[in-house]
Design a protein around this ligand. Structure first.
Ligand SMILES: [Zn+2]
Length: 319
């Protein structure tokens, strides 16, 4: 439990969550809770604990999809080699299914209450120094797959008009289709919905990023909308359904404390789609037309070589 305190930060080098900007922006700041500024600072004490929240829809029964969402905590105060090991994970509870909860905030409120208590500090005993101390713990990150992330950030989700938690890019409907989902091309020019004065193209290097205060101002605007119809309209426009309860924890910044998670984004989604692309079977898009298709014989040789390599890859790399 001393890993965080002993971690040395080399500017410009990222080896750990303790090199992140969000963590550094908290260090030295006084802890604020429920509008009150407390006397102690974030992560000043050697015992202070940094935690991460994660959830993921899973199907406990064969025939259903995404029927429950376990809420789990990772303890970054443990060495990074072991902090994700199953016996170091703190399970908080499960949001039951079978459909997404109407009000995920009502489940997360229990989590927020505990973090209020841990932000103030609780008495604990340090066996190494035989002393009592005030144990403080702060949530510094939350991550999950995109649908569960929309749930805990109180957002409409990736099929909506404002689909992105990181930027303010807006989606378009598929022309002449009744589909309710949107897609998000960078170039909007030529789409029948686009009117003069609308943003026509987005520069991928300079997307209009979501910012903490603007995000929460919009969330509040939706929350206090004078009528249900207005709330629905605003929620669609902003992609935000109301004030996320996690925003009451000032150790979190929207949206940067809610990053995309590598496992879902890359391993479970991008790699899958790339394989479909390389084998010429991705949603009928340029199938077999362009040079990125890998010929069948080569693809099979890569597969055979990969399978054969399994027995000589050190097990420390895992699957
Ligand atoms: Zn975006």
């Amino acid at each position: 439990m001393q890993y965080r305190d002993k971690h040395k930060h080399t500017p410009g080098m990222t080896t750990d969550i303790y090199n992140s900007e969000t963590y550094h922006s908290l260090c030295g700041k006084k802890v604020k809770l429920d509008g009150r500024t407390l006397q102690h600072q974030y992560f000043l004490g050697p015992h202070d604990i940094a935690l991460g929240l994660s959830t993921d829809g899973f199907a406990p029964f064969k025939r259903h999809k995404n029927t429950a969402w376990p809420l789990i905590i990772f303890n970054y105060t443990l060495p990074s080699e072991i902090c994700f090991h199953i016996n170091n994970i703190l399970p908080l509870g499960v949001i039951p299914g079978p459909i997404k909860p109407l009000d995920a905030n009502s489940f997360l409120w229990l989590v927020v209450q505990e973090f209020f208590r841990l932000g103030v500090g609780v008495q604990a005993f340090d066996i190494l120094s035989s002393k009592l101390f005030t144990l403080c713990a702060h949530l510094i990150i939350a991550f999950s797959n995109i649908p569960a992330m929309s749930m805990i950030m109180h957002m409409k989700g990736h099929n909506g008009f404002s689909p992105c938690r990181m930027c303010e890019i807006v989606g378009l409907c598929i022309p002449n289709s009744r589909a309710t989902t949107h897609y998000v091309p960078l170039n909007h020019a030529g789409h029948p919905q686009v009117q003069a004065g609308d943003v026509e193209t987005y520069d991928p290097e300079h997307l209009p990023l979501q910012m903490h205060s603007a995000f929460l101002a919009r969330a509040y605007e939706v929350q206090i909308a004078p009528s249900n119809a207005k709330a629905v309209r605003l929620a669609k426009k902003y992609g935000i359904k109301g004030v996320p309860i996690l925003s009451y924890l000032p150790s979190l910044t929207f949206p940067v404390s809610f990053p995309y998670d590598f496992m879902h984004l890359i391993w479970e989604n991008l790699v899958k789609n790339l394989v479909l692309h390389w084998t010429g079977s991705f949603k009928g898009l340029d199938d077999g037309d362009k040079s990125y298709s890998v010929p069948k014989a080569i693809w099979e040789a890569i597969g055979a070589a990969t399978a054969a390599a399994g027995s000589s890859i050190p097990s420390a790399y895992g699957s």
